[in-house]
Every structure is written in C-alpha cells, then in structure tokens.
Design a binder for this molecule. Structure first.
Ligand code: GDP
Ligand code: MG
Length: 175
C-alpha cells in the first residue's frame, strides 16, 4: 500500500457513455490490469484508483464509474462535481452508442467544469471485423466537438494505459 504522504495530487476523472460499451472493463484494465470475461453480474463500485508518476509528481487518479446509471440524465451532478477529466466511451461495433456521444457531451458541458478535459474513447477496437464506426468519422466528429480521441480495447489492453496517461498529463499541464 501507499501512504497518503506519497501522493502529490488526486485527480478525479469520470467515465460516461451508454451501457455495455465497456466502461467498467476499461477501469478494471487500467486500475488492476484485469479484464473480467464474465462481468454481467459484477456490481460497479463507485470509483477505482491508480497512482502514476508525471513530471516526478505522484498523481492518484480517482476514476468514477457510472455503475449502471447510464440512462439519459440519470447520472447526478454530484458524479461530475470536481471532475478534472472525462472519458466519453462508445463501442466501435455499436453505431447507436456513437450517436449518443453528443448527449453525453451535453451532459458533461452542463454539469462539469468548463475546464474539464474531455476525451472520446472508441472501445472494443479488438472487434475490428464488426466495426460500425470508422476511425476517420469518429476523429472528424471529435475534432468538431473539441474532444481528444483514442480507440482502445479493454480486452487486449491496447491504448488503455496510454489514454489515461495522456489524459492525466493533459490535466497536469493545465492545472
Ligand atoms: P459498461 O456497461 O459500459 O460498464 O460495460 P462493461 O464494462 O460491463 O462491458 C460490457 C460488455 O462488453 C461485457 O460483456 C464486456 O466483457 C465487453 N467488453 C468490454 N470491453 C471490451 C473490449 O474492449 N473488447 C471486447 N471484445 N469486449 C469488451
Ligand atoms: Mg459498467
């Protein structure tokens, strides 16, 4: 374990997006290096943490999970309060989850701070054969919306650590 004294900053992050896009698995991958193949009965915990070093500072990422509250407008403002960064996740094989990203951006822009760093995540990149949203289309949308964009796979781990590292560095740079 690590003592409180070893931590320089705690950064709150939130993860939003439709149900079943892989939010809980992305957190499990980042915080514990795990992927649970049978996750349908796992009850989401409030948040996961992992401590990283950026610019020789120990930064504890405290990442909140919606834990089954994905219904539109069901996420409370307390969830967003104090969030320095947000990941809006869709599933690259599910077009509707991408079409709903704009709603999540609206939710974030109305509840979170204007300085919150927003990141669009296209998850399940390992299922490229079932892709329903092209990388180019998502990248173009992200640019229009002023979002940073990465594709990840919680299953293979591809880009998960890199995306969080990047988000935390970005927050560190603007904080
Ligand atoms: P949440 O509702 O957004 O929290 O989604 P979950 O994390 O519970 O994942 C929903 C389903 O998608 C589960 O069956 C996961 O095993 C699966 N899943 C999550 N991430 C990935 C991924 O990167 N690749 C694949 N192939 N499946 C994934
Ligand atoms: Mg979940």
């Amino acid at each position: 374990g690590e003592s409180v004294g070893e931590i320089d900053y705690v950064f709150k992050l939130v993860v939003v997006g439709d149900a079943a896009v892989g939010k809980t698995q992305i957190l499990a991958r980042f915080a514990r290096g795990e992927f649970a193949f049978d996750s349908k009965h796992t009850i989401g915990v409030e948040f996961q943490t992992r401590t990283l070093t950026i610019d020789r500072k120990r930064i504890k990422a405290q990442i909140w999970d919606t834990a089954g509250q994905e219904r539109y407008r069901a996420v409370t403002s307390a969830y967003y309060r104090g969030a320095l960064g947000a990941m809006i996740v869709y599933d690259i094989t599910k077009r509707s989850s991408f079409d709903h990203v704009a709603r999540w951006v609206d939710e974030l822009r109305s509840h979170a701070d204007s300085s919150t760093v927003l990141m669009l995540i296209g998850n399940k990149a390992d299922l490229a054969g079932q892709r329903a949203v092209t990388t180019e289309h998502a990248a173009e949308f992200a640019e229009e919306q002023g979002l940073y964009f990465w594709e990840t796979s919680a299953l293979s781990g591809e880009n998960v650590d890199a995306a969080f590292q990047w988000l935390l560095e970005e927050i560190y740079a603007v904080t």
